[in-house]
Write a protein that binds this ligand. Structure first.
Ligand code: MG
Length: 157
């Protein structure tokens, strides 16, 4: 078995869509990012790459590469699915946490889990998504940023 950890952080700005786990949120602000800024998926991608010992998201999907401008981050997971197959690993489970002041994410958790699981070709029961606010403290608490963390467990085929 192998474990991996991932973290992502983005500033939130006006005039950007806010996509999390492939679900578009009702929000006047969205992540300032080269891709769609799906920080939940970015944290999971980094956790998977970490578990595989394959570096990080910036190496594989660089924000200097025009091919990833506005990219749908869920599609990054299709690449990870191929890497998992190549290296002979299956996802045991994924646990992720989003820290965001608003909007409330709980109504979207199941849709996010389904999107992530479908992209990776795994059971949605193997994906857990949860969230916290930052209780009004700091940049995240003021609604000017959001972050996500994820851990994954991989099992050798
Ligand atoms: Mg990111």
């Amino acid at each position: 078995m192998r474990i991996g950890f991932g973290y992502d952080f983005h500033r939130l700005v006006e005039g950007r869509r806010f996509v999390l786990g492939g679900v578009e949120l009702d929000s006047p602000l969205g992540p300032d990012a080269h891709s769609d800024g799906d920080l939940l998926v970015h944290a999971i991608v980094d956790a998977l790459l970490g578990a595989l010992g394959r570096g990080d998201i910036g190496t594989h999907f660089p924000d200097t590469d025009e091919q990833w401008r506005g990219a749908r981050s869920l599609d990054f997971l299709l690449t990870l699915r191929r890497m998992l197959d190549e290296d002979g690993y299956a996802v045991g489970n994924i646990d992720a946490n989003v820290i965001l002041e608003r909007p409330k994410l709980a109504p979207q958790f199941d849709a996010m889990r389904r999107n992530i699981a479908e992209a990776l070709g795994i059971d949605p029961a193997a994906v857990n998504v949860k969230a916290n606010t930052h209780e009004g403290v700091g940049e995240i608490g003021q609604g000017r940023a959001a972050c996500a963390m994820a851990v994954v467990l991989l099992e050798k085929h």
